[in-house]
Design a protein around this ligand. Structure first.
Ligand code: ADP
Length: 497
């Protein structure tokens, strides 16, 4: 029984939720309309109250002049001091008659029925509020009396179904005691109609204005956000297969232009990353496939017919070498994957740079000695840098081993540490084959090797420097490379401690 209404109220709620939540133009139109509705309501209220005040002011002015005429007739000289008896004999029907005389079409019967509301009415009461005198035009009606008022008051009341404006003046003696009241009223017929009409116009026009405003704002908002729809439509079409598609730039250089530009540059970066990833997968598979097919080919040759022991030994040694290379490559790939998945966090601490350099150089000594390469260390002993000590060792390891790998026999590798203002820089310079200028920035890319033939002898995969770059980025170390005719210099700039 109760299920249905609950359901429909739920549907209603979700309709409104959809209406406001999922449409920007509805939201813009709604907020704009609410704000404007509030402003219009305030303006309408101000207009109404101003007109009302002007109308009442005019009536009050008229009432005031009536009162002063009455007081004049009653020979009241001092406004503040008057007694009831002074009003006993004055002619209070004079005005009414005058007004009635002025109107030739005056219908006496009607006048009686409506309480003769075309003129002013006068009523004089004693201090208890009991009738002392009243103008004849009031016939059987009486004017409203507000007891206990010690000051002159103006207010609206009803007389024979019509609205009238009244003034009630207390008659005070020299001691300030109230001895009676003079009440004068004038009909407000036309003025009330004007105020009524004004009220109706304002009340009726308000919802109409608001509705029109909402519809117009919704239309305008819809037009202004149309480019967003285009952006959404294009963005929805873009997938992995058409990553080269771009959002059309709007004509005006506004926020939408910036949004489109931002999305386009994001797409540029995504396409770049996607292509790099694709290239990386292709390179990795190629690098792993080559030694595998070499090992497979060798084993197939071995199995075809019996061979000499020496032959077996040399082939197995060769295959082991290839497998070692594969294991080394897999290690490097795993390391890269770990750094790139952000699962690796650096533990930055104060590290004594010279000690780390000494340790790496010590490890490199045997391979350097093999080629007769000597190290020249120009360190500053007390220099400490902000780094992760094991990551720093890996960086130095890669750069110094490259320096040894790509240097001719009998050359020198120089490691120089210098302090620049609040930075520390470490330069590793070799006298090797160098790197051509146009290839300098590419050496940090994965699987990049300056010269493929060069590497077959040295045995690298082109992953070492990309690992160096990743590790340096993790520790906010700036790594740069410069190369001349002969020799290459890698520079590490450490952040200040
Ligand atoms: P690899 O394992 O092949 O050495 P790296 O990423 O360490 O891979 O280096 C990328 C390429 O940059 C190398 O293949 C080599 O051609 C070049 N390279 C790196 N260091 C030096 C150097 N000190 N002198 C000359 N070439 C270098």
């Amino acid at each position: 029984m109760t299920g249905k209404p609950e359901n429909s109220s739920h549907e209603n709620r979700s309709f409104w939720k959809r209406f406001f939540m999922f449409s920007l133009r509805n939201r813009i139109a709604f907020y704009y309309t609410v704000a404007t509705a509030f402003l219009i309501a305030v303006v309408f209220a101000v207009i109404y109250f101003l007109v009302e005040r002007v109308v009442y002011q005019q009536f009050d002015e008229e009432l005031r002049s009536e009162i002063s005429e009455l007081f004049h007739d009653a020979h009241v000289t001092n406004y503040g001091i008057a007694s009831l008896s002074q009003f006993r004999n004055i002619d209070i029907d004079d005005k009414g008659e005058e007004a009635a005389d002025e109107d030739p079409d005056h219908d006496e019967h009607d006048e009686k029925e409506q309480g003769k509301v075309d003129v002013e009415f006068i009523q004089i009461l004693d201090r208890e509020g009991l009738m002392f005198r009243k103008s004849e035009n009031l016939s059987r009606y009486t004017l409203v009396f507000r007891s206990g008022q010690e000051e002159t008051i103006f207010f609206n009341s009803r007389l024979a179904g019509s609205t009238i404006r009244q003034v009630q003046v207390p008659l005070k003696d020299s001691k300030g005691l109230v001895g009676g009241y003079v009440i004068v009223a004038v009909p407000m017929k036309n003025a009330i109609i004007v105020l009524y009409d004004l009220q109706n116009v304002l009340f009726l026009s308000f919802p109409l204005i608001i509705l029109t405003l909402f519809i117009l704002t919704r239309l305008i908002a819809g037009r202004s956000i149309m480019p967003i729809d285009r952006v959404i439509a294009t963005a929805e079409q873009i997938s992995q297969t058409n990553l080269d598609q771009r959002i059309m730039m709007p004509r005006h250089r506004d926020e939408l232009y910036r949004l489109s530009a931002t999305i386009n540059s994001l797409l540029d970066r995504m396409q770049d990353a996607f292509l790099r990833e694709k290239q990386f997968t292709a390179d990795a598979s190629h690098e792993l496939k080559t030694p595998l097919s070499v090992v497979k080919g060798n084993l197939e040759v071995l199995i075809r017919k019996p061979r000499e022991r020496e032959y077996y030994e040399s082939k197995v040694k060769f295959c082991l070498g290839e497998l070692n290379r594969m294991a080394q490559l897999i290690d490097q790939l795993l390391m890269l994957a770990r750094f790139e998945s952000d699962s690796m966090h650096s533990h930055i601490e104060s590290v004594q740079l010279s000690r780390r350099i000494d340790e790496v150089v010590e490890r490199m000594k045997p391979s350097a000695d093999e080629k007769g390469i000597v190290f020249r260390l120009q360190e500053l002993n007390d220099v400490r840098v902000a780094a992760d000590s094991s990551m720093l060792e890996m960086i130095l390891d890669n750069i110094i081993s490259n320096a040894v790998k790509y240097s001719p026999s009998g050359s020198m590798v120089t490691i120089r540490v210098e302090r620049k203002s609040n930075m520390v820089a470490c330069h590793i310079t070799d006298e090797g084959i160098g790197i051509p200028d146009e290839k300098l920035q590419s050496v940090f890319e994965r699987f990049y090797r300056v010269d493929q033939s060069r590497n077959s002898s040295t045995g690298g995969f082109g992953l070492g420097l990309s690992i160096v770059k990743k590790l340096a980025d993790l520790q906010k170390i700036r790594v740069t490379v410069a190369s001349g005719e002969k020799g290459t210099t890698f520079t590490l700039v450490f952040p200040s401690l």
